[in-house]
Ligand binder design. Structure first.
Ligand code: SF4
Ligand code: SF4
Length: 208
């Protein structure tokens, strides 16, 4: 099970004002705490900057999300950016479906003991409590990289872009590089120093 916590309100307002995004809110997992009232307050404050909002259940199900994208095609086409309030899996699904957009996570995802709604399919979220996906093209460095590296590849990537730990797996950092290159945001790798991960935010070890 997991809990989603809204990111710093000021930073979200900056995204709304600076990028005029389309917004997804996922309320799919009934067992999961989703702070919808808090999110609605934030969106109300920044409503003049939104291209549109979709409230969706199970954003983590790619086939559902694809249908919603078709329904909101015009609004989504009118912006280069998407703001997603969901767990990390939902953000990754939207990022893959909209590879040409910048996708911002509006929440951080934390671990809680117990069942987690719909089982994630292609994507996984380590529930790290500090979502980096806006810096990594929507690809999670913790789950796409065998070593969970946050600051780039380990140096062992093979010439054909595979992981040195598992030759059948694409290197997560090659995927991140290619994604950022395709949206013209390689500058994120040069300019954005990813903070040292705060392991205090991961309560998994403390939960017996
Ligand atoms: S960075 Fe990865 S592990 Fe952390 S919350 Fe985002 S998707 Fe989950
Ligand atoms: S080769 Fe790539 S995916 Fe594998 S551990 Fe190194 S950086 Fe991570």
């Amino acid at each position: 099970m997991l809990i989603t916590k809204v990111k710093d309100h000021r930073k979200i307002q900056e995204i709304l004002k600076g990028y005029n995004p389309f917004v997804f809110k996922c309320f799919g997992c009934r067992e999961v705490h989703f702070p919808e009232e808090e999110i609605n307050e934030i969106l109300k404050e920044g409503q003049g900057h939104l291209k549109g909002i979709a409230r969706i259940d199970y954003l983590c199900r790619e086939e559902f999300t694809r249908r919603y994208l078709e329904a909101f095609e015009n609004e989504v086409r009118a912006t280069k950016s998407i703001l997603v309030f969901s767990c990390g899996v939902g953000v990754q699904v939207v990022s893959r479906l909209l590879e040409e957009k910048i996708v911002f996570p509006g929440c951080d995802t934390f671990y809680l003991n117990g069942f987690q709604g719909v089982t994630a399919q292609d994507f996984d979220c380590e529930q790290c409590g500090q979502c980096w996906l806006n810096l990594t093209g929507g690809i999670c460095p913790l789950t796409a990289c065998s070593k969970g590296l946050l600051n780039g590849p380990c140096g062992g990537t093979t010439k054909d872009g595979k992981c040195e730990v598992n030759s059948e797996m694409d290197c997560g950092w090659v995927l991140i590089y290619k994604r950022l290159q395709s949206i013209g945001r390689l500058d994120l790798l040069k300019k954005s120093a990813v903070n040292v991960r705060d392991y205090n935010l991961i309560i998994r070890a403390a939960v017996k």
